[in-house]
Design a protein around this ligand. Structure first.
Ligand SMILES: Cc1ncc(COP(=O)(O)O)c(C=O)c1O
Length: 518
């Protein structure tokens, strides 16, 4: 049976499962499904992208000992061949500028071009981290203003701006907790992490030298408060709670959890990577959180994933603020902004745990995030959260009759809709639906995560998708679910309309071939 996409388009397919109608083409291309050879295979000896005359190739006086004895192992290609090669490769790529990226937990949303314009202003893009501070007051003011916004939006006491990603922020938070415990003279070595936490949480706790103990989830997908309380004791340094959690649900017991942990002498780390679902609605500081990273590259746009560097500032409570890493920005009595590189905060404040990175953090990310915040304003940011949640609930309710949604009965979800592959025909699973989405022209959703749900499909539409766009995605997801329930065998070989079809994902991960061997 041939695959039919939700738009009703039925391309003919050869026995190989390709959309060829059985016709072989001399080039190996099918329309715009390009078959691109490696540059090494395309290249030929004697070809070059630039013409250098003999005089240009003569070594400069004194440098002749560095002259190459052999030509470098580079492909010989002309300039147009190189340009076409990379342009053709880029057309094999899916991008947020082509269509939605419904990857749950990743918040892949439209990146306003205004952010890019601001980040490229020479006063931000061309500054050097070792420039005298008097010459970069504007850039430092961006960091200061962004820090103020993050403190205000979260209701916390201070913020460490330098961590470079979410997981790096987690490490920063845990190192603050360790420094605070050291200052109290206590050796607590256990961090409690719920089953529904993001995978980086237990990994970071272990990396920071803590023992990790797991807290079960309730049938409603939330942290089991009673189980957590039972684990608390003098050995517990703290908890790491992702809120909203990776089941796409808000943890309503957050305040009760924080109170219990504080009473037992521990600290509360909140994974705030999903802050886009609650920004402007909830202040984690009001819930008793001691440290929380914010993925600027998710909540406040900027490419996430392969698209660019991240930034994971960590907001801190009064209790942890003194231990924040260096450097940090502060405004002196002269009105100038200073980047404090050495610990000199005076009596009782000289307890920074040290430095996480060489300089102050990601200037480009700070500029993009502040642009995003200022262009939305406080009301606009609240609207961002409301629209993200509305869109996820729209997908949840539109698909729950064809795909089981394990926690849908507990009420609305937050910014992501979670489905399970229970109920598909024998032999069909989440992977078939994910691969089918590629044929439908969509990037697949996050699959098999969170682990607490069988064959999890985690869909995060984000607030930047329109209703029409969501309807197209929903039509595709529904059609794939129905085909997988009806046992449509063609799904097993999906994707058909891509340069590569069903790959051996295990081998690809375990034995990746990363270099060309001629
Ligand atoms: C809930 C959660 N925590 C932590 C992270 C880790 O963030 P990063 O990839 O920036 O290290 C992510 C990533 O998206 C996440 O979704």
């Amino acid at each position: 049976m041939n695959a039919v996409n939700a738009a009703g388009w039925r391309p003919s397919m050869g026995d190989s499962g390709q959309a060829t109608g059985g016709v072989a083409t001399a080039s190996g291309d099918y329309g715009l499904m390009l078959e691109e050879a490696l540059s090494f295979e395309l290249g030929a000896e004697g070809k070059c992208g630039v013409d250098l005359d003999a005089a240009d190739r003569a070594p400069m006086p004194g440098l002749s000992k560095f002259l190459r004895k052999e030509a470098p192992a580079l492909p010989g290609l002309t300039e147009p061949e190189v340009v076409r090669h990379y342009t053709r490769l880029s057309r094999q790529n899916y991008a947020i500028d082509l269509g939605p990226f419904p990857l749950g937990s990743c918040t892949m949303k439209h990146n306003p071009r205004l952010n890019e314009k601001m980040a490229r202003l020479p006063g931000f893009a061309d500054v050097h981290p070792m420039q005298p501070q008097a010459t970069v007051q504007g850039a430092l003011e961006v960091i200061e203003q962004l820090a103020d916004w993050l403190i205000g939006l979260t209701g916390m006491a201070s913020v460490a701006m330098s961590p470079k990603a979410g997981a790096h922020g987690e490490l920063c938070g845990l190192l603050c907790i360790r420094a605070a415990l050291d200052a109290r003279g206590e050796e607590r070595d256990v961090v409690l992490v719920p089953e529904s936490a993001h995978g980086t949480n237990p990994a970071t706790a272990a990396f920071a030298g803590f023992k990790v103990e797991s807290i079960p989830a309730t049938p409603a997908g939330r942290v089991d408060l009673a189980a957590l309380k039972e684990k608390l004791g003098p050995h517990v340094a703290g908890v790491m709670i992702t809120n909203p959690n990776t089941c796409g649900l808000f943890e309503p017991d957050m305040k009760a959890i924080a109170d219990a942990v504080h009473e037992a002498g521990g600290y509360v780390y909140c994974d705030g990577a999903n802050f886009n679902a609650i920004v402007g609605k909830v202040r984690p500081g009001d819930l008793g959180v001691d440290a929380m990273h914010i993925n600027l590259h998710k909540t406040f746009s900027t490419p996430h994933g392969g698209g660019g560097p991240g930034a994971g500032p960590v907001v801190l409570s009064e209790a942890l603020a003194p231990f924040a890493p260096l450097p940090f920005v502060t405004r002196g009595p002269d009105g100038d902004i200073h980047l404090v590189e050495e610990e000199n905060r005076g009596e009782g404040h000289g307890r920074s745990f040290g430095r996480m990175v060489a300089f102050h953090g990601q200037m480009g990310m700070f500029t993009r995030a502040l642009t995003y915040i200022l262009s939305h304003g406080a009301d606009g940011l609240r609207q961002v959260a409301e629209d993200a949640v509305l869109n996820a609930n729209y997908v949840l309710r539109a698909c729950e009759d064809v795909l089981p949604a394990p926690f849908a009965k507990s009420g609305p979800c937050m910014h992501e809709a979670l489905f399970s592959d229970s109920g598909l025909a024998e032999g069909f699973s989440t992977l078939d639906i994910a691969k089918g989405l590629i044929d439908e022209g969509f990037h697949p959703m996050t699959v098999y995560f969170p682990l607490v749900v069988k064959g999890a499909m985690l869909v995060e539409p984000t607030e930047t998708e329109s209703k029409a766009g969501l309807d197209r995605f929903i039509a595709s997801l529904r059609s794939l679910a129905e085909r997988a329930k009806a046992g449509d065998e063609s799904l097993h070989s999906a994707p058909h309309f891509a340069p590569r079809h069903r790959l051996d994902e295990t081998q690809a991960a375990r034995k990746p071939v990363l270099v060309w061997q001629g």
